[in-house]
Ligand binder design. Structure first.
Ligand SMILES: CC(C)(COP(=O)(O)OP(=O)(O)OC[C@H]1O[C@@H](n2cnc3c(N)ncnc32)[C@H](O)[C@@H]1OP(=O)(O)O)[C@@H](O)C(=O)NCCC(=O)NCCS
Length: 330
């Protein structure tokens, strides 16, 4: 019985069909191996390409373009001509990515990992402008690769996160929040060389009676160097805050933002930073004084949680009253 089986196996091994089959299997394995190697090489190339593109997106030069475009989109969202002058460098970045995706030179997974958030938000921030540009130029192909990229990313995000489209596509508020983040506002301690910019902001923010003079800033800086913080965009000082602790109360002495950069959440950032610093020191009560007629500042402080505690009559040199506004932190 065993001899018959052995003879049968020997017969198969000796047969031409057997060796032809072995040869075919070998060819298939080799081809599969080559295919895997090519796929891996493509993935590596795609990854390297996107890494480089990501460096380009985060470069100082691109950061300037992104800040300028975001500022214009926040300040004059309907001034399409103005947007047109500042948009190409940022939008052509996404246009390039879209083209690479369309031609299969970059994988959708890698683009999703690196850029999805930016693609979706920049598209929503500029889609009305793009619509205008297409009509104005009578050319529907303007930024069509960017549009292709946007829809691909939406699909991919939906697939990966299992979220609904309505939760993925950002609304107006989310786009605005995104653009404010794109301003890359930096907060840092004040240094003496900032003084001219601070005084300029001071002069344009307060009337002559209230505006601090150089000597007052110098004095405050000497007494509370760590409580003097400036906000800057692209290296330009655009706001400041001075705060310090006095008798266990965190006092906000002064705050002002360059008029052109108001309503971007910069004062909020400054106040939050100084309040966090106070909180870390164990301070539980914060206070400030504000002219009773300074409505926008009062609204701002209220938005930060401060409430009017009392009125100081005749508080300012011109006889005007001030509110004492306080915030208690438990
Ligand atoms: C008050 C001041 C510092 C606010 O700066 P800002 O950077 O524009 O404020 P933010 O953008 O961070 O505003 C944060 C929130 O405050 C409120 N707010 C700010 N300015 C406001 C205004 N003019 N009217 C109504 N609410 C206002 C809003 O709730 C805002 O949130 P939102 O943008 O989500 O609506 C700025 O207007 C300023 O420099 N004024 C002149 C100097 C001054 O009066 N300083 C205060 C002395 S006590």
């Amino acid at each position: 019985m065993e001899d018959t089986a052995l003879n049968y196996i020997i017969a198969i091994i000796k047969s031409e069909t057997f060796w032809t089959a072995i040869g075919s299997i070998g060819t298939i394995i080799t081809l599969y191996y080559i295919y895997r190697q090519i796929a891996n090489a493509r993935n590596v190339t795609s990854y390297e390409f996107l890494r480089k593109e990501d460096d380009r997106f985060k470069s100082e030069e691109m950061e300037c373009y992104r800040i300028n475009l975001s500022m214009i989109l926040l300040l004059t969202p309907d001034n399409y001509k103005n947007i047109d002058e500042n948009a190409p460098c940022v939008l052509s970045y996404f246009e390039d990515l879209g083209l690479m995706l369309k031609k299969g030179l970059a994988s959708d997974y890698f683009i999703w990992t690196f850029n999805c958030y930016y693609v979706i938000h920049y598209w929503k921030a500029t889609e009305k402008f793009i619509e205008w540009l297409r009509k104005e130029d009578n050319d529907p192909t303007w930024y069509s690769e960017f549009e292709y990229l946007y829809y691909k990313m939406l699909k991919y995000e939906k697939k990966m996160t299992k979220k609904k489209l309505i939760d993925i596509v950002p609304n107006k508020e989310k786009v605005e929040k995104f653009l404010k983040e794109e301003l890359h506002v930096k907060l840092r301690p004040f240094v003496i060389s900032d003084i001219d910019s601070v005084i300029e902001i001071e002069k344009s923010s307060f009337n002559e009676t209230d505006a601090y003079q150089l000597s007052r800033f110098e004095e405050l800086y000497k007494q509370h160097p760590k409580g003097f913080i400036v906000a800057e965009i692209l290296g330009q000082v655009i706001g400041y805050i001075i705060g310090y602790v006095s008798d266990e109360v965190g006092e906000i002495d002064s705050i002002a933002i360059d008029e052109r950069y108001r309503h971007f959440g910069i004062a909020r950032k400054l106040v939050q930073t100084i309040l966090n610093d106070f909180k870390q020191k164990g301070i539980k009560k914060f206070s400030l004084e504000v002219r009773t007629t300074n409505e926008s500042a009062i609204l701002f402080h209220k938005s930060m949680g401060f409430e009017v505690e009392k009125v100081y009559n005749n508080y300012y040199d011109d006889g005007a009253d001030a509110y004492l506004m306080t915030l208690n932190f438990e």
